[in-house]
Every structure is written in structure tokens, then in C-alpha cells.
Design a protein around this ligand. Structure first.
Ligand code: NAD
Length: 348
């Protein structure tokens, strides 16, 4: 698995080790977003192995394929933060496009060397985003047939990698899967993203900055529900297919922040007053998409998946987790990230 030290990847690794017999090799460059502390719960397991490597390094990828000999590749490594892609798109081109290309080439070489049932079963599963579809108006939903219309350097780089995966299937026959998922939230989420930033700032009594008028809508999915969907698709999805994954939980950014404030008022009352007093509105992100929402009917019909958490229950778990794991985010804020600009906190 690539990107296993990140937010979603680490949730998938923890699930794989806890709930399956699988052996997992995490390949991760440990950029600012990679955090081995998120893998601490599995680090002593003999079925877990970690390789610090860049997916754009073909020689390393070839050596890891040869040594670990995987049946499934789960490709999550990416530069993933829209604000950073606006400030510096280069790393997004390098990792999301060039890195995905290198990985596809090495996966193809590996797959061609497999025999019989292993060759049949092999899958290259590319984990992508609904942001590749651009922005919705007030109505309608994204699904697997939606035309691509990426608007940010991040989403354009993810769209490019989706197209490369599609081409490696159609041109070379590589057994691929693509999933396009809506916004995730939950434990171990890096503090620059909207929900963790607002929870942590709220705990610390700092301003809660919302982009523009706060009416941009996202469809939120609890990360454990995404991890479950990914394993279902990786094991039972049909080769060459795409699956859209979403939480059917549309919320404006303002609603999300207000819900966090209400939970903090209940779980960690601030003597200075309700947390909503900390909300401020800041200049909008350039090219900010108005609305994303997913029709997850295909994965529900074909694979029987549905989210287990409502937005309310998932958000409560998330706020409780951040309250109970201040060490995890304090280490990020004080050490590794010193000197870096954290996002101003609108949509991820
Ligand atoms: P993240 O930023 O938390 O983690 C990314 C991981 O990739 C980090 O551990 C980082 O060290 C690693 N990485 C980055 N560049 C690398 C490179 N060149 N080589 C090896 N490793 C590298 O991201 P996330 O939120 O966990 O997202 C994982 C994947 O899911 C991404 O592909 C993202 O586009 C996609 N996705 C994310 C969301 C979301 O809401 N977070 C939604 C849909 C899809």
C-alpha cells in the first residue's frame, strides 16, 4: 500500500491488520502529511512492514515489488491539500502524476510476471477523489458516469492519475480499480484540514476561520466507512471499474463548524462563552468549488456497502478522539510542522 502513513491510508492499515489475515507493506515517503504515530497501533505486528520510499523512484518500487510480491496494490500516496496545490503545484505533479505513472509501470511489470490464479486475482486499486468532477450546482450528484472537470491543481493532478490508470487497463490489460470518494473526516486527520483545524482551534480558544460565506457544500464520510469500502472494492470490485463512494451527508462548511462548536460546548465547555463566538469569515479560496455530492448507488448495489456512521455520530466520535489524543496533534503542531503555514481552514 502506498501512502499508508497518511490519514486514510493509516485507517486502512489498522483495519487490515485488525480484521484480516493480510500482510501489509506500507510504502510512504513520509512527507509533512505522513506520520508514523498513526501506525503505532500496528507497528509491532509481524504482518506489518514499512518502507520509506518515494513512489516516483522506479528502482525502489521495482525492488519492493520483487521483495514483497503483492497480490493487491492500494495506491493512496498523494499530495492531498488543495491550498498547498495553489501555493505550490509542483509536488502535486511529481507525486500524483509522475509518481502514479512510475507505480503503474512497476505494477504492470509485476503483474506480467505473475502466473495462474495470482495473475487473475491481482488488482491495482487507485484511490481518488470526487473533486475530479468539478463543482455541482444546487442539484444533482456525481456518479461513475460524470464527466471530469477538475478546477484546482490538486484535482487536476488526481484527474490525470485517474486517466493514467484507465489507460493502463485499456491499453495493457492491467487489472485496475478506481474509487472516487467524497471528503473524509475522523481520527488521525492532519490538523490543516477543515474539521481537525476547527476542533483544535476551538479547544485552544483560537479563531475558527471559514472561507467566503461558508456556504460551500461537501458530502462528508467517516474515514472508517471509507476504509471499509476500499477493502470491499479491492477484494470484490470488478476489474476495470470505477466506484463512487460518499456519505450522503451534505453539509455546508458553516454547518460543519457550527456542529463542532455545539459538540465542544457540550464536551469541553469554555468559560469564556459558546465556541461559535470564535467563528470568523476570511477571503475565499481561489476557484473554490461550490458543491460536491456523491451518488453511491453502484457500490451499494454491487458490493452491499453503506456508511455505518451518520455525520452526527461520526463527528461526535471525531471530536471525542481529538479531545482524548492531544499528544498526537500537539506533536504535529509543535515539532514537525514548525515554520510551515497551516491552512486557513476552509474545505480540504
Ligand atoms: P494524506 O495527505 O493524509 O496522506 C498522504 C500520504 O502519502 C502521506 O503519508 C505522505 O507521506 C504520502 N506521500 C506523499 N507523497 C508521496 C510520495 N511521493 N511517495 C510516497 N508517499 C508519499 O492524504 P489522505 O487524506 O489520507 O488521502 C489519501 C488518498 O485518498 C489521496 O490519494 C487522496 O487524493 C485520496 N482522497 C482523500 C480524501 C480526503 O478527504 N482526505 C477524499 C477522497 C480521496
Amino acid at each position: 500500500m502506498t501512502g499508508g502513513a497518511g490519514f486514510i491510508g493509516s485507517a486502512v492499515v489498522r483495519r487490515l491488520i485488525a480484521q484480516t489475515e493480510a500482510a501489509v507493506c506500507v510504502v510512504d515517503k513520509l512527507t509533512y502529511a505522513g506520520n508514523l504515530a498513526s501506525l503505532a497501533p500496528v507497528s509491532a505486528d509481524p504482518r506489518y512492514r514499512f518502507e520509506k520510499a518515494d513512489i516516483a523512484d522506479g528502482e525502489r518500487m521495482r525492488a519492493i515489488f520483487a521483495d514483497f510480491d503483492p497480490d493487491i496494490v492500494l495506491h493512496l500516496a498523494a499530495e492531498s491539500h488543495v491550498d498547498r496545490s495553489i501555493d505550490g503545484p509542483g509536488a502535486f505533479i511529481e507525486t500524483n502524476i509522475v509518481g502514479s505513472y512510475v507505480l503503474l509501470q512497476e505494477a504492470l511489470r509485476h503483474w506480467r510476471g505473475l502466473e495462474g490464479g495470482r495473475r487473475e486475482r491481482f488488482r491495482f486499486h487507485h484511490i481518488s477523489t470526487d473533486e475530479v468532477f468539478g463543482s455541482l450546482g444546487p442539484d444533482g450528484l456525481f456518479d461513475e458516469a460524470t464527466a471530469y472537470a477538475p478546477n484546482s491543481p490538486y484535482s487536476a493532478s488526481k484527474a490525470a492519475s485517474d486517466h493514467l490508470v484507465r489507460a493502463w487497463h485499456h491499453t495493457y490489460g492491467l487489472p485496475t480499480l478506481v474509487t472516487n470518494c467524497s471528503n473524509n473526516y475522523g481520527p488521525y486527520h492532519f490538523p490543516e484540514k477543515l474539521i481537525p483545524l476547527m476542533i483544535i482551534n476551538g479547544i485552544e480558544g483560537k479563531p475558527l476561520p471559514i472561507y467566503g460565506n461558508g456556504l460551500n457544500v461537501r458530502d462528508w464520510l467517516y474515514v472508517e466507512d471509507h476504509a471499509e469500502a476500499l477493502l470491499l472494492v479491492a477484494q470484490n470490485g470488478r476489474s476495470g471499474e470505477t466506484y463512487a463512494i460518499g456519505g450522503s451527508a451534505e453539509m455546508s462548511n458553516r454547518q460543519v463548524v457550527e456542529a463542532i462548536c455545539a459538540l465542544l460546548d457540550e464536551l469541553r465547555p469554555d468559560p469564556a462563552g459558546p465556541h461559535a463566538r470564535l467563528i470568523t469569515y476570511v477571503a475565499d479560496r481561489p476557484g473554490h468549488d461550490a458543491r460536491y455530492a456523491i451518488d453511491a448507488g453502484k457500490i451499494r448495489r454491487e458490493l452491499g456497502w453503506a456508511p455505518r456512521q451518520s455525520f452526527e455520530s461520526g463527528l461526535r466520535r471525531t471530536v471525542e478522539w481529538y479531545l482524548a489524543h492531544q499528544d498526537w496533534w500537539n506533536d504535529i503542531r509543535s515539532g514537525v510542522y514548525r515554520g510551515e503555514r497551516l491552512g486557513t481552514g476552509a474545505a480540504p
